[in-house]
Structures are given as structure tokens and as C-alpha cells.
Design a protein around this ligand. Sequence first.
Ligand code: HAM
Length: 415
Amino acid sequence: MIKRLKGFSDLFPPEVDKYLLIERMAREVFPLYNFKEVRIPILEKTELFARSIGDATDVVQKEMFSFEDKKGRVLSLRPEATAGVVRAYIENKIYAKESISKFFTIGPMFRYERPQKGRQRQFHQVNVEVFGSSSPFIDSEIICMLMHFLERLNINDVVLEINSLGCSSCRREYQKALKDFLDRLDERELCDDCRVRREKNPLRVLDCKSPNCQRLYESAPTILDFICEDCKKHFSSVQNTLKKQNIDFVINKRLVRGLDYYQRTTFEVVAKGIGAQSAIAGGGRYDGLVKLLGGPDVPGMGFACGMERLVQLISFEKQDKLDCYIAPLVEHALDIAFEISFKLREKQLRSECLYDVKSPKAHLRYAHKIGANFAFLIGEEELKNRTITVKNLSTGNQSHVLIDDILNGNFTFLK
Ligand code: HAM
């Protein structure tokens, strides 16, 4: 037997209903803020991710599903959506058509991580991006929209953490200070990855997962002590507007995020009670990214929610009722059963017929099992009288309805 790959899931009802609920809520909430849905490819050139997410990040170094295609091009399954949305924004010259663009996209992402609860190799994100505004009001609005979305999903026991990573100039200062700090540490105490990070991209040491490294970095300088006046003003404006909307948050000075493209505002939403993988959403501002990928100097900002983690927090049982179950009791009732099934669906009634001739008892047992509201029994007697026996499965009441009435679309007897 061929089995699925490790870290990949098959989704069936009722779990899949939770994914549908998340998608429905995104499509309901985001358009209130004038976001439009877009669809982008799942496969892109590896270079796109290396350049945008950063060569020295774990995502690019270790976690991509990459391969060569028949022409020797190096491709990767997308580990996240931002890089692809930015590429599509530039390639389709959206910036020439509108000064501000607001997009969301929903779909699978792929990261070769060690699978555990809440961490999959194929997972799904609801992803949001805004292009063309560097206003701190936009940062707040996007964060408020995320909280509004979570609230609509009844996910309330969460903590919003925010930070500022400064702009490229204040970050340079900070990186210098961080590098000095790291250089003072004994090399033998660092993990292999951090030894490389220290040289290539010091900021990345801060999201090292090794507890030993984390302990060493407890006294590392933090970015908030280095951000310039403009970045400070931006960050305090974000905080003030969040407060005005009564959005609770904590400042997490160590929140650097795992992707290199962020500047200024960064944030994560952490949920309680779902284990170690507790970040249900994360995002921030990425003002230099459009330019870095060959577009104009257009600022950007966004976030993504991990759907697998949201699913763990959603408690809902969909009432999966079927309206009508059609039960042919004799072979020559099949034609009329087929016709009636279609008539019912024309009237928006969810109907099922298995075209399987069985006894009334066997049919009714099955109709109860699948949660049908009504069973339509068609046997010899019924065919002779051109009627159907309709049984209300919750009350047990039974009535006889003319086949011609049903074929004429008269379903008042179902009320
Ligand atoms: P990220 O923090 O890498 O950001 O991922 C966002 C969310 O995706 C995480 O908070 C988590 O809920 C979920 N996630 C990530 N990896 C996995 C996994 N292996 N299994 C299950 N869930 C996972 C980004 O991806 C950025 N592109 C977000 C963004 C958009 N920033 C600006 N715009």
C-alpha cells in the first residue's frame, strides 16, 4: 500500500468543515477592509524565496522542497505566500494601476520541518498583503483586521505581541552591536547554525531554537534601544491606534520573526493551550521587498495565519443534515427515484439516492444513520397509485404524496 508522505495530511469531514469555516470568515471579514482575493502559483523559482526570505534563514537553508525540473531550473514549492504575491504584484505591474493594493490569498504552503502537533510539512495559510502605504495607521488597521477575523472565529484566548525591527539604517547600528555581543561569546558554546549565523546574518541567532543558545542571548542588546526617531514615532503611533481600538498587546523586544524581509512593525499572535507551536499568526512591514525583487520602491505590510493551528482552536460541530433520502424498494422504481432526486436538488434540497434496491427497514436504518430529515419510499404499491410514501424521520409521521405533484415542483408537504 502506498502511504502519504510524513508531515502531509488527508482532510475529511468534520475537520475539513473547520477549514471551510476559516475560509468563509476570511472571505467575509477581509472585504470589509477592501481586500480582494488573489490566486498565485504554488511552484516558483527557488531564487525568489532565497532572495526575499533570505539566504541565511532556516526556511531557505533547511526547509524548502526544492528540485530541478526537466530543463535544469531550480524550483521550490512555496514555503510562504508573501514572496509569490510580491512577484505577482511586480510582474503584473499592479503598482501602475492603483496606488494602494490590498490582497489576500488562501492555500497550502510547504516547509520541510520536523512534523509535530501544529507543525506540518504541508500546511495552509490565510495570507494578507497591502502594497503602497507606509502609514502606521495601515499597520494598526491590518492588526485590527486580524483580531477581528479571530474574534469572528471565536478565538479569543490569545496574546498579540508586537515589536519594531527599525528601518535599514537603524538596523545597521543594531546589527553592529549584536555582532559585538556575539563576538564576545565563546564560539564553542554556540550551536553549529549560530556560528554561521553570527557571521552571515547576526539577527537570525535570535530565533535559534536551541535552549542553550537562547540562554546565552538573554542579555543580548535589543533592537528597540537602537531604532531611530522616525521608527520610534511610527511604532508609538501603531501602539496608540491599537489602544484606541481596545486591542490588547504586549511588546516583545525579542520578536524578530524568522524571515529576513521585515522592517519596522512586526507582530505575532500566540494562543494558549495548543502546545509548543503556539504562534497562530505572524506578520509585519516589509518596505524594501518590492524594490529588492525588481519592482518600484513600494512599501508593503501583511500577515499570515496558520490554518492547522486555528483548526485546533475552533470548536464547532456542523449540523450535517441531509434533507431527503430517496429509497427505491423495487427495481422499476429506479427511473422515478432518479428523476425525483434531481427535482429535489433543483429546489435546493440536499438529496441522496444510492440506486440500491433494499427493504423499507434497511433503507430507513440507513436514512437515520446519515441524518436525513425525510425518506421517500417508492415500492410496488406506490408505483401503482403514482404516489410516494414520505416519512418524516424526526416525528415518524408518514404521508402519501402524488408523484406528479413532486415532478411539478410542489414540495409544500415537506414543511
Ligand atoms: P510565518 O510566521 O513564517 O510568516 O508563518 C505564519 C504562520 O503560519 C505561523 O504563525 C504559523 O501559524 C503558520 N505556520 C508556519 N509554519 C508552519 C508549519 N510548518 N505547520 C503549520 N503551520 C505553520 C509568514 O509565512 C509570512 N509570509 C507572513 C507574512 C505575510 N508577513 C507579511 N505578509
